[in-house]
Design a protein around this ligand. Structure first.
Ligand code: PMP
Length: 353
């Protein structure tokens, strides 16, 4: 094969997703899904989608869901953008808003999709090291006429940045687009959505995949002032794409309406996380403070890959990243109490062997 053909595809470095096993008999703690099912109201909404109307295209603007989200977050018309999962929303953001002459800034340990998008869309980037305690220091982020993106809480560390620090970052960079990726915000952080009206440079991204138990439906959204949202709509319209199918649209509205179920799930997950942190700390692990539905942890003596393999042998899967500085850490999603007990029993056997 000539150099032309091999260069054509091999210069791209694709994202490597977490394993999605084909069997059901595993305790799956590797990709941060919600261990609890979606609200009963979501199932009812899905069932109520009238079959006959499935032959018709959905609303290309997903207006019903936009209105629901606008009301829920106290936003104005034109301040919400919707996509098929926040990964797709992020793709639109990278294409529409983050390509500049200046490099895009993001933490050196972060969501590994960001450099992949940069490769895909020809965006120059620069990583900014986290502090020794894996924190984002807002003072390290300064760029004129460029862009900044980070998850809050960060992934895979789980550390959260306080709203004051985000405000500082926004004020230090008034001429750059600042994207706060809040995939895990409902498990302990304070959302930057309350800052949207004050900062024209802020875009907040959220997803239904974690706190709303709907990773299987693919719903994500961005919130910001209308000049930013307009950029995303332009990219979407250039593809002539429909952000939501009829089923996802109905489910998305119902999930927001059932606030009590949502609150209950988040509380249970936070409680289980606290139990897991206590167990890990008592059993020789160091745990990075987490505001997410996962913990990032390493054992003081035992090898991370070895622990992951031993867990796998006991039908429990967790995530390991073969990356500098974090290759002794494991990221463990929070499961149900029963799954958590199975994890703790397995880890007890491993550390006391
Ligand atoms: N942002 C972060 C930080 C994530 O960890 C994930 C999940 N892998 C996403 C965005 C994408 O989530 P989804 O596409 O399921 O909405």
């Amino acid at each position: 094969m000539s150099q032309f053909w091999s260069d054509l595809v091999h210069t791209l470095t694709p994202y490597v997703p977490g394993e999605q096993p084909k069997v059901d008999n595993l305790v799956k703690l590797n990709t941060n899904e919600n261990p609890y099912p979606p609200s009963q109201k979501v199932y009812e909404a899905i069932a109520s989608v009238n079959d006959e109307r499935l032959r018709l295209y959905p609303d290309p603007n997903s207006d019903a869901l936009k209105t629901t989200l606008q009301n829920h977050y106290g936003l104005k018309e034109g301040q919400v953008f919707i996509g098929n999962g926040s990964d797709e929303v992020l793709a639109h953001i990278f294409m529409a808003l983050l390509k500049h002459d200046k490099p895009l800034l993001f933490p050196d340990i972060t969501y590994s999709f960001y450099p992949v998008y940069c490769g895909l869309y020809g965006i120059n980037y620069q990583t900014v090291p986290l502090t020794k305690q894996f924190e984002i220091d807002p003072a390290d982020y300064r760029i004129e006429n460029g862009g900044i993106i980070f998850p809050n809480p960060n992934a895979p560390t789980g550390r959260v940045l306080a709203l004051d620090a985000i405000r500082t970052l926004l004020e230090n960079n008034p001429n750059s687009v600042v994207v706060v990726d809040e995939a895990y915000i409902d498990f302990g952080g304070e959302s930057a959505v309350s800052l949207v009206q004050d900062y024209p440079n802020l875009l907040v991204v959220q997803t239904y995949s974690k706190s709303r138990s709907l990773a299987g439906l693919r719903i994500g959204y961005a919130m910001g002032q209308s000049h930013l949202i307009e950029g995303l709509e332009r990219v979407k319209n250039s593809f002539n794409s429909y952000p939501m199918d009829r089923v996802a649209l109905a489910a998305g509205v119902a999930a927001i309406e059932d606030q009590a179920y949502f609150d209950g799930c988040c509380e249970k997950i936070i409680h289980t996380r606290e139990n897991l942190v206590e167990f890990l700390t008592k059993n020789g692990f160091e745990v990075v403070p987490s505001a997410a539905n996962f913990v990032f942890t390493k054992h003081k003596h035992l090898d991370a890959v070895d622990i992951a393999q031993q867990l796998r042998d006991k039908a429990i899967i967790v995530r390991h990243f073969k990356l500098p500085r974090i290759d002794q850490y494991l990221r463990i999603s929070i499961g149900t109490d029963q799954e958590n007990q199975a994890l703790c029993d397995a880890l007890s056997d491993i550390v006391n062997a």
